[in-house]
Design a protein around this ligand. Sequence first.
Ligand SMILES: C[S@@+](CC[C@H](N)C(=O)[O-])C[C@H]1O[C@@H](n2cnc3c(N)ncnc32)[C@H](O)[C@@H]1O
Length: 255
Amino acid sequence: MQYAPPPEVLARLDEASVEEALRAFYVTRRESWLRPEETKKVTELAGILPVLARTRLDPLLVDAAAGRAPVGLIAARLLGWSRVVVIERDPGRAASARRAAARAPALGVEVREGDVADAEVWPTGAEVVVALHACGPAFDAVIDQASRRDAPWIVAVPCCYSDAIAFAAVARRWADHLGVASQAAVRRPFVESLIDTERTLRLEAAGYRVSVQAFVPPTVTPHNRAWKAHRVGPGRRAVEAKARWDRLIAGPPGV
Ligand SMILES: C[S@@+](CC[C@H](N)C(=O)[O-])C[C@H]1O[C@@H](n2cnc3c(N)ncnc32)[C@H](O)[C@@H]1O
């Protein structure tokens, strides 16, 4: 079941409020400004926050592959979520997230430096897992760790696709098998769509109901689709998805 947040909560997720909150975390000197990448984040955050708001009331949130943790910090500030754990492997970004969190100690945002693929770094009892622009295999590690923990909600947005994604080699074999045109502009979206299919079926097979929706227009970012997965448990849909997933990951016949 989706949670229906009060209208006043949704009303404070506008871009002006997000920008003000970001400034409070990241701008430390008067007369200075948000970095260009943070300004760009304003629209993305204003798009993803309502998706998060409709999951649960004050869940334990894990912001995975968090960068400087704009999602976790703004969820704490504007949604009033009181249990936020941030996971980021880059020491510089994790330190920056920690400094930002320290500017609002009452929010209690905890920053953990580590790899999202490392089970040890995850807290127990994550209720909502968010990963905004989890690059390449980080997306896969996040959904695997979250589903292994039966996290009730996952909101994950992929960004770049690369050969480091485990399924990419199989996707390319499917493309070869089906005779997909070799022109990159044709072949790349085909392969990426197969990677997206594998991820979607993997979540469904693990007992999630999955929707994939644009959270901002593609003019804001080409990586504008959020996988919103709600755990519903085992059932016929999961069994069917598992059968399709097994066929897909096995690769084309005779290879
Ligand atoms: C494109 S940035 C997005 C950051 C943030 N979620 C945002 O939207 O601003 C991706 C971040 O994921 C981090 N990352 C990539 N792979 C990771 C992994 N395996 N474990 C933890 N963090 C990872 C990178 O260091 C980077 O900070």
